[in-house]
Design a protein around this ligand. Structure first.
Ligand SMILES: NC(=O)c1ccc[n+]([C@@H]2O[C@H](COP(=O)([O-])OP(=O)(O)OC[C@H]3O[C@@H](n4cnc5c(N)ncnc54)[C@H](OP(=O)(O)O)[C@@H]3O)[C@@H](O)[C@H]2O)c1
Length: 387
């Protein structure tokens, strides 16, 4: 029983939504916290989308991009998104941990038709050398002068919540934050010159970045403190806030970094005449036990709770839904927002995109502009790139 309860809590923490208290748009947007700045952004930008939709009589989506880079394209949310995007005829660059995985994904996607190019590539986000190698090959993959219309920074890992050892990336960063945040930060830095001036950057974050969300409230909450660990110990820190390694918190911290990164990147892009047309948004695909994210957890419990969350309590989502969320995010024109939906929204199907799945308020900590800037500066410092 105790194990069951712990696992329920764990499940909730990973997905961000498993609860009897609905995590819906109204309860989140109306909750009495200091969400004013972000809530204003959400409302202004959301109403703009709705108005445009009403005036045109068309769904509130922007023109679809045509060349899309997806990290973590061989599994779960990334693969499911690529299935949809391939069918729609987009050219896809599949940036995967190994060439074998990228090729296997390409072999699944090519028969789906659509006519776009399906380009497998190796990009291990836990190795700066591998990211360098990937970006060096981009001009050849893209063809001369061609640009990327959408960059989906989607890959992610979650270690067994009971793990005690602080595993490291090839360059010495703690593995979870090192992959989910630092790897994407470095990749984004190198890829930006290849992005269409009106392109889109999409970050797969999670509801667990928010300790006030049902999932984020389970276990150890996300929290970067004043970034003491990163500031003082640099990449050799175990946790950004300077605390000892905690696998559960490392995942949630990495997702908080994703949201802070999204907002700070948008701000920085807007300050530059060349990049000001690029939009950056992040999203929560909801609790999807059926992807590979839970592969490091006990497999029997993962199966049982996949059934419980998805089939019994109906608060879980399907991998196809997650792919739909990412696909939809490649069409939105908002700036620096976080999208999410109430648990079990996949029951609405694709009609939920732009309706139940829409801009959501972010956590108090994720609204901290000064923290977003500091995280950016320290991340750049540790990666040896200009801030
Ligand atoms: N599933 C959920 O409940 C849930 C909820 C909220 C947010 N998310 C987010 O959704 C995103 C996708 O996760 P998922 O649920 O689809 O899980 P998944 O099936 O495990 O997919 C994760 C992808 O990331 C890749 N990846 C991990 N480490 C990598 C590295 N070092 N270099 C390159 N790629 C790497 C994996 O590649 P390999 O196959 O080689 O490991 C895989 O393709 C993640 O960012 C996750 O945090 C998921």
């Amino acid at each position: 029983m105790r194990l069951t309860l712990i696992f329920l809590a764990f499940l909730a923490a990973q997905g961000g939504c498993f609860t009897t208290r609905p995590y819906d748009v109204s309860s989140t947007v109306n909750r009495k916290t200091e969400l004013f700045a972000t809530r204003r952004d959400v409302l202004i930008q959301s109403s703009g989308l709705v108005l445009a939709s009403l005036l045109s009589g068309k769904p509130a989506v922007a023109a679809a991009p045509s060349t899309i880079l997806v990290t973590g394209a061989n599994s779960g949310v990334g693969l499911e998104a690529c299935k949809r995007l391939a069918q729609d005829g987009h050219d896809l660059i599949l940036a995967c941990r190994t060439m074998e995985k990228a090729t296997a994904a390409a072999n699944q996607l090519k028969p789906l038709g659509g006519g776009g190019a399906i380009l497998p590539a190796e990009c291990d986000l836990a190795s700066l050398k591998s990211i360098d190698g990937f970006v060096n090959k981009l001009p050849g993959l893209l063809g001369s002068g061609a640009k990327i219309d959408a960059v989906c920074l989607n890959a992610g890992l979650s270690r067994n919540t009971a793990a005690k050892d602080c595993a490291r990336t090839a360059d010495g960063f703690e593995l979870t934050v090192g992959t989910n945040h630092f790897g994407h930060f470095y990749l984004n830095h190198l890829v930006l010159p290849f992005v269409n001036p009106n392109g889109k950057i999409i970050v797969t974050a999670s509801g667990v970045h928010d300790p006030e969300s049902p999932g984020g409230a389970q276990g150890e909450p996300a929290g970067l403190g004043n970034l003491d660990g990163l500031a003082r110990q640099g990449k050799s820190c175990e946790m950004i806030d300077g605390s000892p390694f905690n696998a559960d918190k490392a995942y949630k911290d990495s997702k908080l970094c994703n949201v802070l990164f999204t907002r700070e990147l948008q701000r920085r892009l807007e300050m530059n005449a060349i990049t000001k047309g690029i939009t950056v948004n992040c999203f929560n695909p909801g609790l999807i036990v059926g992807t590979g994210l839970f592969r490091d957890q006990n497999p029997i419990f993962t199966k049982v709770f996949d059934f419980a969350a998805t089939d019994l309590f109906k608060v879980g989502e399907t991998p196809d839904w997650g792919g739909g969320c990412l696909g939809y995010m490649t069409t939105v024109d908002t700036r620096g927002l976080f999208y999410s939906s109430a648990p079990g929204s996949s029951k609405y199907g694709d009609a939920a995109f732009g309706n139940q799945f829409q801009p959501f308020a972010i956590s108090k900590e994720a609204q901290d502009d000064a923290k977003a800037r500091l995280l950016w500066e320290l991340s750049a410092r540790e990666l040896g790139i200009s801030a």
